[in-house]
Ligand binder design. Structure first.
Ligand SMILES: [Zn+2]
Length: 61
């Protein structure tokens, strides 16, 4: 069961530049890019989450 502060890793596409990125999706709806030195690919990115991968749910962190 996911706790209140569980985050899900998901693929997302930036609608601003079209780049596909991996993001953390927080329960509050915040989306944060994963594994990139810059906070985002654009100054004002618009991420569209492509859907969580069910396989990731089995991975404990
Ligand atoms: Zn972008």
């Amino acid at each position: 069961m996911a706790g209140a502060d569980e985050r899900d890793k998901s693929a997302a596409i930036c609608e601003t530049c079209g780049e596909t990125v991996v993001v953390w999706v927080w329960p509050e709806g915040e989306i944060q890019p994963v594994g990139v030195p810059d906070p985002s690919c654009c100054d004002d990115p618009e991420f569209q989450v492509l859907g969580t991968d069910p396989a990731d749910d089995a991975i404990e962190e």
